[in-house]
Write a protein that binds this ligand. Structure first.
Ligand SMILES: Cc1cc2nc3c(=O)[nH]c(=O)nc-3n(C[C@H](O)[C@H](O)[C@H](O)COP(=O)(O)OP(=O)(O)OC[C@H]3O[C@@H](n4cnc5c(N)ncnc54)[C@H](O)[C@@H]3O)c2cc1C
Length: 365
């Protein structure tokens, strides 16, 4: 049966007062945006949670200026930036709600039942959301975590790896992050004659103790239990105000506060993974946890925008069908199971037959 009837959400709906969401989607890349658009076009209340400050996923963050030439309908190509903006606008027009700068932490099963569905609790770095279905669309990439207070400056003075400058003679460099990568960055700056201001949120550096001692001995200014409270550009350099009251003037800042890793997220979700570490799904894009779907780069071999779109749309429609006719998916599963049982029986009969024929020919021979 064709499935193209758009039923819009009521524009008067007070999204801030919902008891629960129909669908929560994690990730505002191509897969998440199209999934959201599709559920909202079926009048399901839809929330998309995105770790970054903007929608779009890889086309926005990795190749915003590249002209993508393999999207049907755009014979002259379209940039990653424009493509992301268009799909986002379409989702906003369909009343999909968004939370940016918010990262998925876990998905818990609750004991609350609504219209036959056991509600799930999606826990993020900023809050908790009850919902009926979840669609995971977090991609597969590792992105360096950014510090919003520095990122907002939009300057080339803030790095997420040690910049290849031959000599830092006389330069002041703020290194933020007390793990091994932060310590390694500090050592590299000192080896190139730079002066390190080492800023660590915790009360001690969590990386190797002997490396920490080395950077202290080499004269770093260390600020423990401290964060960057605010930052500004002054005469082309950075001026950082710290929560311990200090102010640092520096030529550059290196942020080493870890990565946003999709694979870490998968492990926290307690879903079955394939051998290559991607998410295992059934033919309806549902993971090993009922009511949690997974689409786009998180699984499968073909990693393309159009494939992510198509999967987002399919999972959204399966989620919609489960919500509106909960037995539908079970019936389909039962049918699939019957087909696979028949297949197994045929295979077993064929193997018995060939064994008995081999037995006969050996006796006859
Ligand atoms: C350099 C490059 C060029 C490419 N060129 C093309 C091309 O020309 N044509 C083409 O079709 N495809 C191209 N691709 C592939 C295409 O970009 C991907 O297949 C597509 O982006 C996958 O979409 P997705 O939504 O599954 O994941 P993504 O685009 O990775 O989006 C995932 C989103 O989830 C967010 N997220 C991650 N973890 C969390 C979390 N814990 N909580 C909340 N949000 C989270 C991320 O910030 C991101 O916004 C290219 C890929 C690369 C790397």
């Amino acid at each position: 049966m064709a499935d193209f009837k758009v039923t819009e959400l009521d524009p008067e709906l007070d999204f801030s007062n919902l008891a629960y969401w129909d669908v929560v989607i994690i990730g505002a890349g191509p897969a998440g945006l199209t999934a959201g658009l599709t559920t909202a076009h079926r009048a399901l209340t839809t929330l998309i949670i995105e770790a970054k400050d903007k929608p779009g996923g890889q086309p926005q963050f990795l190749y915003a200026d590249k002209r993508i030439v393999d999207i049907p309908g755009f014979p002259d190509g379209i940039t990653g930036d424009e493509l992301s903006e268009r799909v986002y606008r379409q989702a906003v027009d369909a009343f999909v709600q968004f939370r940016f700068n918010e990262e998925l932490v876990s998905i818990d099963d609750t004991e609350d039942i609504e219209k036959g569905d056991t509600l799930k609790r999606v826990v993020t770095t900023n809050g908790e959301y009850l919902c009926r279905k979840v669609i995971i669309a977090v991609g597969l990439l590792h992105f360096p975590r950014k510090l919003p207070v520095l990122d907002e400056l939009n300057t080339k003075k803030v790095y997420h790896k040690v910049p290849k400058i031959g000599d830092y003679e006389g330069e002041h460099v703020a290194v933020i992050g007390g793990g091994d990568s932060g310590l390694d960055a500090a050592v590299m700056v000192q080896q190139r004659n730079g002066h390190v201001h080492f800023i660590v949120r915790e009360d001690e550096a969590t990386g190797k103790a002997d490396t920490f001692q080395r950077i202290c001995d080499a004269g770093a200014d260390v600020h423990l239990s401290t964060e960057v409270a605010s930052a500004e550009l002054e005469g082309g350099d950075l001026k950082l105000s710290l929560t311990d009251g200090a102010t640092i003037d520096c030529e550059l800042a290196i942020v080493q506060i870890g990565f946003l890793s999709a694979k870490d997220t998968f492990q926290r979700l307690n879903v079955r993974l394939n051998e290559d570490g991607s998410m295992a799904i059934d033919p309806y894009f549902e993971t090993s946890r009922k009511g949690i779907f997974a689409v786009g780069d998180v699984h499968g071999d073909i990693k393309l925008v159009t494939v992510a779109w198509a999967e987002g749309i399919q999972a959204a429609i399966y989620a919609f069908k489960e919500i509106t006719s909960p037995y539908w998916l079970n019936e389909k599963r039962l049918r699939d199971l019957k087909i696979s049982l028949i297949g197994e029986k045929l295979a077993s009969d064929a193997s018995q037959l060939s064994k008995s024929q081999r037995g006969k020919s050996t006796r006859n021979g």
